[in-house]
Design a protein around this ligand. Structure first.
Ligand code: 5RP
Length: 234
Protein backbone atom coordinates (compact mmCIF):
# COMPACT_ATOMS: atom_id res chain seq x y z
CA UNK A 1 0.00 0.00 0.00
CA UNK A 2 1.17 3.53 -0.72
CA UNK A 3 2.56 5.00 2.51
CA UNK A 4 0.96 8.21 3.84
CA UNK A 5 3.17 11.20 3.08
CA UNK A 6 1.57 14.41 4.42
CA UNK A 7 0.94 14.98 8.17
CA UNK A 8 -2.85 14.83 7.58
CA UNK A 9 -2.50 11.52 5.73
CA UNK A 10 -0.36 10.13 8.57
CA UNK A 11 -3.13 11.01 11.02
CA UNK A 12 -5.84 9.44 8.85
CA UNK A 13 -3.74 6.33 8.37
CA UNK A 14 -3.16 6.05 12.14
CA UNK A 15 -6.91 6.17 12.81
CA UNK A 16 -7.66 3.61 10.09
CA UNK A 17 -4.94 1.24 11.32
CA UNK A 18 -6.22 1.34 14.90
CA UNK A 19 -9.77 0.63 13.69
CA UNK A 20 -8.62 -2.84 12.61
CA UNK A 21 -8.57 -3.73 16.33
CA UNK A 22 -12.37 -3.53 16.26
CA UNK A 23 -12.73 -5.99 13.37
CA UNK A 24 -13.26 -9.64 14.27
CA UNK A 25 -13.34 -12.67 11.97
CA UNK A 26 -16.74 -13.35 10.40
CA UNK A 27 -18.02 -9.81 10.95
CA UNK A 28 -20.53 -8.11 8.68
CA UNK A 29 -18.82 -4.80 8.17
CA UNK A 30 -19.98 -1.44 6.77
CA UNK A 31 -17.22 0.37 4.88
CA UNK A 32 -17.23 4.16 4.80
CA UNK A 33 -16.31 6.57 2.02
CA UNK A 34 -13.57 9.21 1.78
CA UNK A 35 -9.79 9.43 2.03
CA UNK A 36 -9.64 7.99 5.58
CA UNK A 37 -11.89 5.10 4.57
CA UNK A 38 -9.58 4.44 1.61
CA UNK A 39 -6.77 3.69 4.09
CA UNK A 40 -9.13 1.41 6.02
CA UNK A 41 -10.22 -0.55 2.95
CA UNK A 42 -6.63 -0.99 1.78
CA UNK A 43 -5.52 -2.16 5.23
CA UNK A 44 -8.43 -4.59 5.45
CA UNK A 45 -7.53 -5.97 2.04
CA UNK A 46 -3.88 -6.41 3.01
CA UNK A 47 -4.33 -7.80 6.48
CA UNK A 48 -7.83 -9.26 6.85
CA UNK A 49 -9.10 -10.40 3.45
CA UNK A 50 -8.91 -14.03 4.65
CA UNK A 51 -11.00 -13.48 7.81
CA UNK A 52 -14.42 -14.33 6.37
CA UNK A 53 -15.64 -10.70 6.45
CA UNK A 54 -18.77 -9.61 4.60
CA UNK A 55 -18.25 -6.00 3.55
CA UNK A 56 -21.03 -3.57 2.67
CA UNK A 57 -19.71 -0.40 0.99
CA UNK A 58 -21.32 3.03 1.36
CA UNK A 59 -20.61 4.22 -2.20
CA UNK A 60 -19.75 2.98 -5.67
CA UNK A 61 -16.19 4.27 -5.12
CA UNK A 62 -15.72 2.23 -1.97
CA UNK A 63 -17.33 -0.80 -3.62
CA UNK A 64 -14.83 -0.63 -6.49
CA UNK A 65 -11.86 -0.23 -4.16
CA UNK A 66 -12.98 -3.00 -1.78
CA UNK A 67 -13.42 -5.40 -4.69
CA UNK A 68 -9.99 -4.46 -6.05
CA UNK A 69 -8.53 -5.13 -2.58
CA UNK A 70 -9.94 -8.66 -2.55
CA UNK A 71 -12.67 -8.10 0.06
CA UNK A 72 -15.97 -9.98 -0.04
CA UNK A 73 -18.37 -7.20 -1.10
CA UNK A 74 -22.13 -7.49 -0.64
CA UNK A 75 -25.10 -5.15 -0.99
CA UNK A 76 -26.90 -4.17 2.20
CA UNK A 77 -30.07 -5.86 0.86
CA UNK A 78 -28.21 -9.19 0.89
CA UNK A 79 -26.78 -8.84 4.39
CA UNK A 80 -29.52 -7.05 6.30
CA UNK A 81 -27.94 -6.29 9.69
CA UNK A 82 -24.31 -5.29 10.21
CA UNK A 83 -22.04 -5.74 13.23
CA UNK A 84 -19.92 -2.66 12.73
CA UNK A 85 -19.52 0.29 10.38
CA UNK A 86 -16.26 2.22 10.21
CA UNK A 87 -16.47 5.55 8.42
CA UNK A 88 -14.88 8.98 8.27
CA UNK A 89 -16.48 12.32 9.15
CA UNK A 90 -16.16 15.95 8.14
CA UNK A 91 -16.78 17.17 11.71
CA UNK A 92 -17.75 15.64 15.02
CA UNK A 93 -18.54 17.27 18.34
CA UNK A 94 -17.86 15.92 21.86
CA UNK A 95 -21.29 14.21 21.90
CA UNK A 96 -20.43 12.41 18.64
CA UNK A 97 -22.93 14.22 16.48
CA UNK A 98 -21.36 14.23 13.03
CA UNK A 99 -21.39 16.21 9.83
CA UNK A 100 -20.87 13.85 6.91
CA UNK A 101 -21.30 14.01 3.16
CA UNK A 102 -18.19 15.93 2.11
CA UNK A 103 -17.65 13.08 -0.33
CA UNK A 104 -21.29 13.10 -1.41
CA UNK A 105 -22.23 9.70 -0.01
CA UNK A 106 -24.21 10.72 3.05
CA UNK A 107 -27.40 8.87 2.13
CA UNK A 108 -25.86 5.44 1.76
CA UNK A 109 -23.52 6.17 4.69
CA UNK A 110 -26.47 6.94 6.95
CA UNK A 111 -28.48 3.90 5.84
CA UNK A 112 -25.48 1.62 6.42
CA UNK A 113 -24.68 3.20 9.80
CA UNK A 114 -28.32 2.82 10.88
CA UNK A 115 -28.20 -0.88 9.95
CA UNK A 116 -25.12 -1.43 12.14
CA UNK A 117 -24.96 -2.47 15.76
CA UNK A 118 -21.99 -0.09 16.17
CA UNK A 119 -20.45 2.78 14.24
CA UNK A 120 -16.85 3.84 14.78
CA UNK A 121 -15.61 7.11 13.25
CA UNK A 122 -12.06 7.37 11.97
CA UNK A 123 -10.71 10.88 11.48
CA UNK A 124 -7.74 13.19 11.84
CA UNK A 125 -7.62 15.80 14.60
CA UNK A 126 -8.93 18.62 12.40
CA UNK A 127 -12.40 16.99 12.40
CA UNK A 128 -12.90 17.27 16.18
CA UNK A 129 -14.78 20.50 16.96
CA UNK A 130 -16.45 21.92 20.05
CA UNK A 131 -19.45 23.05 17.98
CA UNK A 132 -20.58 21.90 14.54
CA UNK A 133 -21.04 24.11 11.52
CA UNK A 134 -17.73 25.41 10.16
CA UNK A 135 -17.88 22.62 7.58
CA UNK A 136 -20.74 23.31 5.11
CA UNK A 137 -23.65 20.99 5.89
CA UNK A 138 -24.46 18.73 2.92
CA UNK A 139 -28.14 18.08 2.23
CA UNK A 140 -29.18 15.54 -0.43
CA UNK A 141 -32.21 16.66 -2.46
CA UNK A 142 -34.12 15.17 -5.37
CA UNK A 143 -33.38 16.79 -8.71
CA UNK A 144 -37.02 17.54 -9.49
CA UNK A 145 -37.72 21.12 -8.39
CA UNK A 146 -34.38 21.50 -6.63
CA UNK A 147 -34.47 25.32 -6.88
CA UNK A 148 -37.80 25.30 -5.07
CA UNK A 149 -36.34 22.98 -2.39
CA UNK A 150 -33.39 25.36 -2.07
CA UNK A 151 -35.74 28.30 -1.49
CA UNK A 152 -37.57 26.30 1.22
CA UNK A 153 -34.20 25.69 2.89
CA UNK A 154 -33.23 29.37 2.64
CA UNK A 155 -36.53 30.40 4.25
CA UNK A 156 -36.00 27.85 7.02
CA UNK A 157 -32.45 29.05 7.70
CA UNK A 158 -33.71 32.61 8.22
CA UNK A 159 -35.32 31.38 11.46
CA UNK A 160 -32.60 28.94 12.64
CA UNK A 161 -29.92 29.44 15.32
CA UNK A 162 -27.00 29.56 12.86
CA UNK A 163 -24.42 32.20 11.90
CA UNK A 164 -24.46 31.81 8.09
CA UNK A 165 -27.33 31.25 5.70
CA UNK A 166 -25.77 30.57 2.30
CA UNK A 167 -27.00 27.62 0.23
CA UNK A 168 -25.37 26.44 -3.00
CA UNK A 169 -25.68 23.43 -5.23
CA UNK A 170 -22.51 21.32 -5.25
CA UNK A 171 -20.68 21.01 -8.57
CA UNK A 172 -18.08 18.64 -9.96
CA UNK A 173 -16.09 20.72 -12.42
CA UNK A 174 -18.63 22.58 -14.54
CA UNK A 175 -21.40 20.05 -13.95
CA UNK A 176 -23.75 19.57 -10.99
CA UNK A 177 -22.54 16.85 -8.62
CA UNK A 178 -24.89 13.83 -8.80
CA UNK A 179 -24.95 11.25 -6.00
CA UNK A 180 -24.94 7.46 -6.39
CA UNK A 181 -28.72 7.62 -5.92
CA UNK A 182 -29.12 10.23 -8.70
CA UNK A 183 -29.76 13.24 -6.45
CA UNK A 184 -28.15 16.67 -6.03
CA UNK A 185 -26.28 17.93 -2.97
CA UNK A 186 -26.91 21.39 -1.53
CA UNK A 187 -24.15 22.71 0.77
CA UNK A 188 -25.31 24.96 3.60
CA UNK A 189 -22.75 27.51 4.85
CA UNK A 190 -23.92 27.79 8.44
CA UNK A 191 -20.73 28.69 10.32
CA UNK A 192 -22.29 27.49 13.59
CA UNK A 193 -25.19 25.13 14.28
CA UNK A 194 -26.95 25.97 17.52
CA UNK A 195 -29.57 23.19 17.53
CA UNK A 196 -28.46 20.21 15.44
CA UNK A 197 -31.39 17.86 16.27
CA UNK A 198 -33.97 20.60 15.60
CA UNK A 199 -32.30 21.67 12.36
CA UNK A 200 -32.10 18.05 11.14
CA UNK A 201 -35.76 17.47 11.95
CA UNK A 202 -36.92 20.66 10.23
CA UNK A 203 -34.77 20.06 7.12
CA UNK A 204 -36.02 16.45 6.90
CA UNK A 205 -39.61 17.69 6.87
CA UNK A 206 -39.14 19.87 3.76
CA UNK A 207 -40.45 18.45 0.47
CA UNK A 208 -37.57 17.47 -1.80
CA UNK A 209 -35.07 16.87 1.00
CA UNK A 210 -33.90 13.25 0.96
CA UNK A 211 -31.43 13.29 3.85
CA UNK A 212 -29.10 15.61 5.73
CA UNK A 213 -25.44 15.13 6.61
CA UNK A 214 -26.19 15.50 10.32
CA UNK A 215 -25.65 12.09 11.97
CA UNK A 216 -27.35 12.06 15.36
CA UNK A 217 -27.06 9.16 17.79
CA UNK A 218 -25.39 6.91 15.23
CA UNK A 219 -21.69 6.99 16.20
CA UNK A 220 -20.52 5.05 19.26
CA UNK A 221 -16.85 6.05 19.29
CA UNK A 222 -14.27 8.04 17.34
CA UNK A 223 -10.66 7.14 16.76
CA UNK A 224 -8.79 10.39 16.22
CA UNK A 225 -5.47 9.99 14.44
CA UNK A 226 -2.58 12.32 15.25
CA UNK A 227 0.17 13.49 12.92
CA UNK A 228 2.75 11.72 15.12
CA UNK A 229 1.05 8.40 14.30
CA UNK A 230 -0.71 8.03 17.66
CA UNK A 231 -4.44 8.07 18.27
CA UNK A 232 -6.90 9.46 20.80
CA UNK A 233 -10.38 8.14 21.53
CA UNK A 234 -13.70 9.94 21.93
C1 5RP B 1 -18.15 11.11 2.50
C2 5RP B 1 -17.93 11.41 3.92
C3 5RP B 1 -16.54 11.26 4.46
O1 5RP B 1 -16.55 10.36 5.49
C4 5RP B 1 -16.06 12.59 4.94
O2 5RP B 1 -16.15 13.51 3.86
C5 5RP B 1 -14.62 12.50 5.43
O3 5RP B 1 -13.75 12.33 4.35
P1 5RP B 1 -12.19 12.21 4.54
O4 5RP B 1 -11.91 10.93 5.23
O5 5RP B 1 -11.67 12.24 3.11
O6 5RP B 1 -11.72 13.41 5.31
O7 5RP B 1 -18.81 11.78 4.65
O8 5RP B 1 -19.47 11.37 2.10
Amino acid sequence: MQEPTTPAERAKFAAARRALDYVEPGMRLGLGTGSTAVFLVRLLGERMADRDLLCVPTSSRTAALATECGLNVRALEDVDALDLTIDGADEFDPGLTLIKGGGGSLLQEKIVAAASARMVVIADESKAVSRLGAFPLPVEVVRFGWRSTMRHIERLLATEDVDGRGVRRRTAGDEPFVTDEGHFILDLDLGRIGDAPGLARRLDSLPGVVETGLFLGLADAAIVGREDGGVDFV
